[in-house]
Design a protein around this ligand. Structure first.
Ligand code: AMP
Ligand code: TRP
Length: 327
């Protein structure tokens, strides 16, 4: 029996090469080693204001991009969170077993609440409970996430344990899986800040669907320094970041890359990097075009995914309802 993997991706902003190189392509590579479920978490997206038409489009776009990256809906379950209503129902029940104090300690909420003040929604506060429901519904063993989500997976373990203590063995306790290789990709405009999807500046991130011209222009404008040598030198964050991007796309080691660009200038290196990024993204962009070229294809794949997820979720929720004494 393979271990169950569950991970979620929130359909907001754009998927950039940081997400791809740091997370999503590992999901695709892990597919044969685990029994996988990947979920586009639209209910999590609405914890902050969203434009309805944009959200609807992004859900399909994100699902299409995951498939283009290599998530195979025949081997993995790929579905949309709101298509399986058990997520919301289990989140409610879990709410009743999560002390306020645990939630107040969540750093992601604290950071966002500071920015949004009085406008912050109850949903945003409750975000970790819904995430716990996502994970626990499927008897998940392993949750591949970024460092920033580790605390939410720990809360998931805590509430699972608490429920099990009260009602007997019910939930599987999940482990977070934080990728340790994969470079942290920094912003092109500011290499001291992590590349992020919420950043507004046009020159900040390379998005997976960027055209070759956009990629060239963003890389040529990327912030470097006034030195010349093209070396993996962490004290020079701009060039270090560009070299790391080059490396994650090509898989070559530091020495190989440095010797290739010995005696060359930043402009030559940036041109070469742009071509590497363009070629690196080309296959997935082509697959994406193919998938979206056929109207209704993504919707039908997502409907099938929900059909596969639903019976698993129904069974778990029924067990929980029974234990709690509902109905
Ligand atoms: P986010 O969209 O920021 O929630 O990130 C989703 C996933 O992508 C995280 O789990 C990270 O592992 C990965 N990720 C996001 N930004 C970066 C980045 N700049 N460099 C490397 N990995 C990243
Ligand atoms: N909160 C996660 C993020 O922002 C997305 C997510 C929702 C998730 N539910 C999940 C990740 C369940 C892993 C498992 O990246």
């Amino acid at each position: 029996m393979k271990k169950r993997v569950f991970s979620g991706i929130k359909p907001t902003g754009d998927i950039h090469i940081g997400n791809y190189l740091g997370a999503n392509r590992h999901w695709a590579a892990m597919q044969d080693d685990y029994d996988n479920i990947f979920c586009v978490v639209d209910l999590h997206a609405i914890t902050e204001p969203q434009d309805p038409a944009l959200l609807k489009g992004r859900i399909r776009e994100f699902a299409g991009l995951l498939m283009a990256i290599g998530i195979d809906p025949e081997r993995s379950i790929l579905f949309v969170q709101s298509h399986v209503h058990e997520h919301s129902e289990l989140a409610w029940i879990l709410n009743c077993f999560i002390p306020m104090g645990w939630m107040y300690r969540m750093t992601q909420f604290k950071e966002k609440a500071e920015q949004q003040r009085e406008q912050v929604s109850v949903g945003l506060f409750d975000y970790p409970s819904l995430m716990a429901a996502d994970i626990l519904l499927y008897r998940t063993d392993v949750v591949p996430v970024g460092e920033d989500q580790k605390q939410h997976v720990e809360l998931t373990r805590d509430v699972a344990q608490r429920f099990n203590n009260i009602y007997g063995e019910t939930f599987v306790l999940p482990e977070p899986l934080i990728p340790d290789v994969g470079a942290r990709i920094m912003g092109l405009d500011d290499p001291t800040k992590k590349m992020s999807g919420s950043e507004e500046g046009a020159g900040h991130a390379i998005n997976l669907l960027d055209s070759p011209d956009m990629i060239r222009s963003k890389i040529m404008k990327a912030t470097t320094d006034s030195k010349r040598d093209i070396l993996f030198d962490e004290s020079r964050p701009g060039i270090f970041n560009l070299l790391s991007i080059y490396q994650t796309f090509t898989g070559e080691d530091n020495k190989q890359i440095e010797s290739r660009f010995e005696g060359k200038g930043y402009s030559d290196f940036k041109k070469a990097l742009a071509e590497v990024a363009i070629e690196g993204l080309r296959p997935l962009q082509e697959r994406y075009k193919e998938l979206t070229g056929e109207p209704g294809r993504i919707d039908s794949i997502l409907a099938k995914g929900a059909e596969k997820a639903r019976p698993l979720a129904e069974k778990m929720l029924a067990e929980v309802q029974k234990k709690v004494g509902l109905g």
